[in-house]
Design a protein around this ligand. Structure first.
Ligand SMILES: Nc1ncnc2c1ncn2[C@@H]1O[C@H](COP(=O)(O)OP(=O)(O)O)[C@@H](O)[C@H]1O
Ligand SMILES: [Mg+2]
Length: 430
């Protein structure tokens, strides 16, 4: 049996040797990391590869430039790159203010990524570790023993009661002084915040981040959005910090999506091969979304194993497509599909009509992915669907997804919230 995870993963990619393509984005991240003041803001659609890029930023921050070298950017790496200690935090929608965010960071006890691990404190034992397999990779700090005082942030020195912002500042300055400069001799502390878009209240976050950024403390934020304002409402306050650091992750161009499959073959070290036709088909249905390539790739490996072959040919691929059509290949996407359509065949029809629409550019954004209802309406008449207007609301209802969202810039323009779900619907039978 071949292990599907050996070549494919639906997880965020932390290992630089599994990360494919994105040369221009890697360059931009490298420049932003090496500018003393710049803020890094990574944005783009769901499933496009933002978090994976953010993890690569973390690697480079630690001084591991394997990725840049692999991408052919070796000559652009600075003589002496700026290096950092790092904190990595994934936000959630329960965080309803800037202060709440700082409070979460102050209390985060993650051994390898949390902020609290870096605050000097008696009895706590912190050791160096590397996040990659390579011995040459950059080191970070992790906690192996939290010490006698326990791990509540309130027991730490320099806590100012009822003043989260000041406590946070105190934590930062003692981290910078003791761990960053004295112990690890780094240039700064990098705080990476993933899923920044889900924060319930973004008011004032830009200016908060600006006020906390310095030559010693840098932020990298990442989340779903089609422009910067989706991430930072008061983006004017950070505009100057963003000269190099605004990074839009778009769907992969076809050669990069293809390279995800080549990379997988490389990881299988000859144990698995894809027929060129199959590769082309997978790239075609994936529309630049690496998540879809990875998931289909994984299914192909499983199917090939079951058929006792190490060659993914058209037959294996068709069997995988058959599973997708029947709704048994990807349980998570399938349950989203079932939730969206409920028991209505008309709604199912409408969903498929929407997913099939050719993507269109709008006046205001270069981004594609918009669906114009009037086109769907024409098609609906051709297909004789009467209940289009009755069936649309559920697709917009957050109780059932929401599958679609209305685009405010014009009437009757919609977008699939999850582009990967759209790709799924296109392959699903109805
Ligand atoms: N550069 C890349 N090379 C190969 N696979 C990638 C790359 N970027 C993302 N992926 C894959 O795509 C999927 C989505 O990636 P992720 O970083 O979680 O996206 P996002 O944060 O934008 O939703 C994961 O399965 C991941 O393994
Ligand atoms: Mg993500």
């Amino acid at each position: 049996m071949l292990d599907p995870e050996k070549g494919f993963t639906s997880d965020v990619i932390t290992d630089p040797n599994r990360f494919v393509g994105r040369t221009d984005l890697i360059r931009a991240c490298m420049q932003a990391l090496n500018s003393p003041t710049s803020l890094i803001a990574i944005y783009g659609k769901r499933g496009v590869g933002k978090s994976s890029l953010l993890r690569q930023v973390q690697q480079m921050a630690l001084g591991d430039y394997t990725l840049a070298e692999n991408a052919g950017l070796g000559h652009e790496i600075p003589q002496r790159p700026r290096t950092y200690l790092t904190v990595f935090y994934t936000c959630d929608s329960m965080i309803d203010s800037g202060e709440a965010l700082l409070s979460r960071l102050i209390n985060d006890q993650d051994d390898e990524d949390g902020l609290l691990r870096l605050v000097p404190d008696e009895g706590k034992e912190v050791i160096e570790f590397t996040r990659a397999k390579e011995a040459s990779a950059g080191a970070d700090l992790k906690v192996v023993n939290w010490g006698a005082k326990g791990i509540e942030s309130t027991k730490y020195a320099k806590v100012v009661p009822d003043d989260t912002v000041q406590t946070f500042r105190n934590f930062l300055s003692s981290i910078v002084q003791h761990q960053v400069k004295k112990r690890m001799k780094r240039d700064g502390l990098l705080i990476l915040l993933d899923e920044f878009d889900v924060l319930a209240n973004k008011k004032g976050l830009g200016s908060l981040i600006k006020s906390l950024s310095s030559k010693d403390v840098k932020f990298a934020i990442c989340g779903i959005g089609q422009d910067l304002t989706d991430l930072i409402e008061d983006h004017a306050s950070v505009e100057r910090l963003l000269e190099q650091g605004a990074i839009h992750v778009r769907p992969m161009p076809e050669p990069e999506a293809l390279a995800v499959l080549d990379k997988a073959e490389e990881l299988y070290q000859g144990e698995l091969k894809f027929d060129p036709d199959v590769k082309r088909d997978i790239v075609d249905v994936s529309q630049g979304y690496p998540y879809f390539v990875q998931m289909i790739g994984k299914s192909c490996v499983t199917k090939a194993s079951q058929s006792k072959t190490n060659r993914v040919d058209t037959e294996i691929y068709q069997a995988v497509l058959g599973d997708i059509k029947n709704g048994v290949a990807f349980p998570t996407l399938e349950s989203a599909y079932q939730r969206a359509i409920g028991t209505s065949e008309n709604r199912q029809m409408l969903l498929h009509l929407m997913a099939e629409q050719t993507e269109q550019k709008t006046l205001f954004h270069e981004d594609v992915g918009r669906i114009f209802l009037k086109h769907a309406r024409q098609d609906a008449e051709d297909f004789n669907v009467d209940y289009l207007d009755q069936n649309l609301p559920r697709l917009l209802d957050s109780k059932y997804g929401p599958v679609l969202r209305r685009i405010p810039e014009g009437q009757g323009i919609y977008e699939f919230n999850n582009p990967v779900f759209r790709l799924y619907v296109r392959l699903r039978a109805f």
